[in-house]
Ligand binder design. Structure first.
Ligand SMILES: Cc1cc2nc3c(=O)[nH]c(=O)nc-3n(C[C@H](O)[C@H](O)[C@H](O)COP(=O)(O)OP(=O)(O)OC[C@H]3O[C@@H](n4cnc5c(N)ncnc54)[C@H](O)[C@@H]3O)c2cc1C
Length: 408
């Protein structure tokens, strides 16, 4: 049986980051990654539309954690130890420069996820990490001082074991057998399917700053909203899908949202419309788009407010003013399902956070068993935060895993 000091199962973002750091911090340790695929880092490859949104330019831990619907409390300590600035420095020290985009997302300056993959492969080789592809973990037991692993290609033993297998239900089952609690897995970061005349045939239209609420709940978010071929997307929706992941799954993705397209109260909007009725009297409402809304969206909302294409501002009835104000500030849409957000998607759920010591990312139930990345019940909104969770957990656990118990 092959013995390693440290075995990391899962050659994804967290697995590679942990393995490289362990091997670098303690070159005496024999370190291996066991990866089920014929290559690793597949999600890194496709991440951020092939550009890899590595992290986010948010440098205050208490602000950073607010992007994690699950993990907010637990990540505060770890982020004081290793967070976005450290990630940038880590990559920079290894020749990978990152750049910040206007919305705070950070990418390699090459705009290619391959840069990150090349860096990891080079570093793993430099620090003599064994990467064993086509090795799927089948079972794991703790025997004496060692972890015994059965894989699709033979047995291994390890003094310290990290599971960084992402959202793999089979590994969660194995962990349940080891006594761990697994929070139910549900999708996060998805777009909303909506069939509605008001958004039909206007894909690509963006309302820059809206407020969205889920009717009958406390869930709400704000930000840009994009109209797509099948419904709505962009941060206002994606944030809601992340913070509402569990609630929306319970509702079987059938619910209503209320959109305030102009982030004003109904009353304020009515007042403004009354002024416009006076100021633009002779103009047609349809053609005089207001509130900095895209023209095509304005027209859809006007037509949904009991007006024709010819209605002039001066002719607006009180009822029509109310209708338009209502469409602008509290338009209700029926969501009938969800679609995958192609740039990034994650799973909410995983190893219960109560059972993990966040000073080391070690299991509280089993000594020398560590976790990092999406295997934990941690996930974030879109923007580079999910990778930051992987980097932070992997780095902090690597400090613990690199401490050798052996006496020279
Ligand atoms: C399309 C897409 C785009 C994304 N873009 C971004 C982005 O730009 N920025 C961002 O922050 N986040 C992004 N994410 C989320 C991010 O990719 C994940 O949060 C991150 O990859 C989690 O890292 P991980 O190492 O925990 O898991 P993974 O990257 O999923 O790696 C787990 C690894 O474990 C292996 N494995 C699983 N089971 C076994 C087993 N039994 N034996 C051996 N190996 C096993 C898998 O094959 C895999 O290689 C994106 C996700 C998707 C799907």
């Amino acid at each position: 049986m092959n013995h390693y000091d440290v075995i990391i199962v899962g050659g994804g973002a967290a697995g590679f980051f942990a393995a490289i750091n362990v091997a670098e911090q303690n070159p005496k340790l024999k370190v291996a990654i066991l990866e089920r695929g014929k290559s690793g880092l597949q999600k890194v490859k496709i991440s951020g539309g092939g550009r890899c949104n590595v992290t986010h330019a948010e440098f205050i831990p208490s602000e950073l954690v607010r992007n994690y619907p699950r993990g907010e409390k637990e990540l505060l300590g770890p982020f004081h130890q290793f967070m976005t600035g450290d990630t940038i420095q880590w990559f920079e020290d290894r020749g990978v420069a990152l750049k910040i985009e206007d919305d705070g997302r950070m990418f390699p300056v090459t705009n290619s996820s391959q840069t990150i993959i090349d860096c990891f492969l080079k570093e793993a080789q430099k620090h003599k990490v064994d990467i064993l592809y086509n090795h799927a973990l089948k079972s794991v037991i703790h025997s004496g001082k060692d972890w015994l692993l059965e894989t699709s290609q033979g047995e291994f033993s390890a003094t310290k074991l990290m599971l960084a297998t992402g959202s793999n239900p089979k590994i969660w089952k194995l962990l349940e057998q080891l006594g761990h609690t697994i929070s139910q897995a549900v999708p996060s970061l998805f777009t909303f399917d909506i069939k509605d005349e008001r958004i039909k045939d206007i894909p690509g239209v963006v309302a820059l700053d809206v407020e969205v609420k889920v009717v009958g709940s406390n869930l709400w978010s704000e930000g840009p909203l994009l109209i797509t071929h099948v419904g709505m997307s962009a941060p206002a929706i994606l944030k809601l899908s992340a913070f509402g992941a569990i609630e929306l799954a319970k509702r079987d993705y059938d619910f209503e949202i209320e959109v305030n397209f102009i982030k004003q109260s109904l009353d304020d909007c009515m007042e403004q419309l009354k002024t416009l009725k006076h100021d633009l009297a002779k103009k047609t409402v349809l053609k005089s788009s207001q509130f900095e809304l895209p023209k095509r969206l304005w027209q859809k909302l006007v037509l949904a407010s009991q007006m024709t294409t010819e209605t002039r501002w001066a002719d607006l009835t009180k009822f029509q003013v109310e209708q338009l104000a209502s469409q602008l500030t509290k338009a209700v849409f029926h969501v009938t399902g969800k679609s995958t957000f192609k740039e990034e998607f994650v799973t909410a759920g995983g190893v219960s956070l109560k059972e993990v010591n966040f000073k080391t990312f070690e299991s509280r139930l089993h000594e020398n068993l560590y976790f990092a990345g999406e295997i934990l019940n941690i996930d974030a909104i879109t923007g580079g935060f999910n990778f930051q969770n992987a980097w932070s957990g992997a780095y902090i656990s690597s400090l613990a895993m690199s401490i050798s118990d052996e006496v020279d």
